[in-house]
Design a protein around this ligand. Sequence first.
Ligand SMILES: [Zn+2]
Length: 391
Amino acid sequence: MSRRTAASLATSGEVLRLIRTGEAVTRADLGRVTGLSRPAVQLRVAELLERGLVVERADAPSTGGRPPVRLEFDAAGGVVLVAALGASRTRVAVCDLAGRELAGRDFAIDVEQGPDVVLPLLMDTWDDLLGDRPRSMVKGAGMGVPATVEFAEGRAESARVMASWTGVAIPPVVRERFPVPVLVDNDVNVLAIGEHRGVYPELADLMFVKVSTRIGAGVVAGGEILRGAMGAAGEIGHIPVRDGGGVLCRCGNVDCVDSVASGTALLRDLRAAGKDVKSVGDVTALVRAGDAETMAMVREAGRRIGEVLAGAVNILNPSVLVLGGDVAEAFGPLVSSIREVVYRRSTALATRRLRIEASRLGAGAGISGCAVMVLDHVLSPDAIDDSLARR
Ligand SMILES: [Zn+2]
């Protein structure tokens, strides 16, 4: 997002940003903050009013004098389509321009059925959820998918669970029906964005770790999601652990933390030890019952994850490490082991103010993260100026 200094000539997009953030709420404020002349402010505000992005509200008259007209960002002036696709659950929603869910639905479809089946059904669901709203209100679409995503192209690569999606560029398919900007990112980045903006907006550096059937992380650095050169930043699942015993990982390497400590690995090892476990829920029951062997294996998994996270904390120095995903949510002993190892193995400076917290939003961070991702894009000063220029 571009940030112009107040000294340069502020565009309509920048004026909208000031109104949205509350930095300026009247025309007089805008003149003061931007240094624009009164006619220039008037012109830009008129454009935004006409586009329905801003509304005027007259304050109650104060004693004596004309009440100032307040300018407010109109969150009802449009909608965005969002979808958080997961291996086990998918939620689809329509949100307003403040990211609030207006209508949503859990989507009962197996993503493994592939894009040819899933994407049309997903778009039908958006259509349904939109109801009577004019389609011109749709400003953008944002999706999280359980795969590494080459972000600029919205192309799913090395899909963790949905092999049939590998190499598929999602935005062009969606744009055939909804001709708006379409942003796609991996599911853990979207969770990191949602948790960051919803719970820790004041912190610039956060790492979100999802421990579920797979292990992955999303990194917010300097207030922005860190994607890396190809969108593969935060793929911590394939960092090897020491003394893993030579477990072959599905990526072809051995002893990746994913292959020795994920929910999938835990279930495999518990079964090998003769436990009758089919799901994370079964393991939770054994942990609750205090089964010693299960507890020991869960703690061991936590130590393995902690070992990898200690290295990540040294590199990234986050203020908060958020642990989410159904495995982290269910297993207290796993989380305690992670905490213990991270605090012991990371450098003193990196952990001096490090907080390790459970995810507060849970799966809900997916939908809000998708909404934030697409809204940041379509409401950015550059995007607003482009769309005004195109008319
Ligand atoms: Zn691997």
